[in-house]
Design a protein around this ligand. Sequence first.
Ligand code: DGL
Length: 271
Amino acid sequence: MSDNRPVGVFDSGVGGLTLLRELDSFMPYEDYIYLADTARMPYGTRTEDEIVAYSEQLIHFLEKQDCKMIVIACNTVSGLLPQIEKDIKSTVPVVGIINYGCVAAALYVTYNFRIGVWATQRTVDSQVYRKFMDNFDPTVKILTESCTDLIPLIEKGKVGSPEMRRLTDKCIQPMRNEDIDTIILGCTHLPFIKTIIQDILTPAVTIIDPAKRTAVLCNKTLMDKGISRKKHSAPGTKKFYVTGDPDAFLKTSKLLIGDMATRVESVDVGQ
Ligand code: DGL
């Protein structure tokens, strides 16, 4: 049996492409639909109610595209998954980027049990990573810092600019003083500036990108439900939709991730 329906992936903007990249390298035979709510981003400064309402519209859109699974490629949304699931009874599995895999990976590599989580203000406020860690070890210190100020610059693709370096340095400063030896990139935009982060924090700090663990979890979910596409099928296709300006998205995605997207369509999800 081969289930040829696409996997739906969404984020507020280009950040989720870092997860799509991992999904595609782990399961290249699957088809993907990527949806970005660029008209209403950034999500990190929005209220919980707004994020829940917007996400429900995005999930419904992807369900209508006949997606067999929906992947939340946004930490800010993923932290609110229990609230979202209470409201919508999705007919397909929904997997979030915040899951036990990345928390376990951080716990596995830390020696001093001081782990940083760099995320949007909304994710920081939700304390969702703290709650996940409590299930493993409540004595581990989770030090959080907001990366909200960096998002607009990454969204414009200006990841190599001196301004990006300066701002990253400034935003990460408080984390530097916390003596962490491990940091979780708790926002999907951040892997695009991973080398800058590593350079500033020095190689002494291990960086955990939840995307790889989430790709493994997605694979397991598809296998468990019996809805994978046959492994040796031809390479899958990708479709890209945005609620805002398609040309702006295409331009940034080219700067950040090369030719992954060649065509982007604008859609109305009810916003
Ligand atoms: N990329 C999103 C995340 O992982 C947030 C970006 C935004 O603030 O819209 O949380």
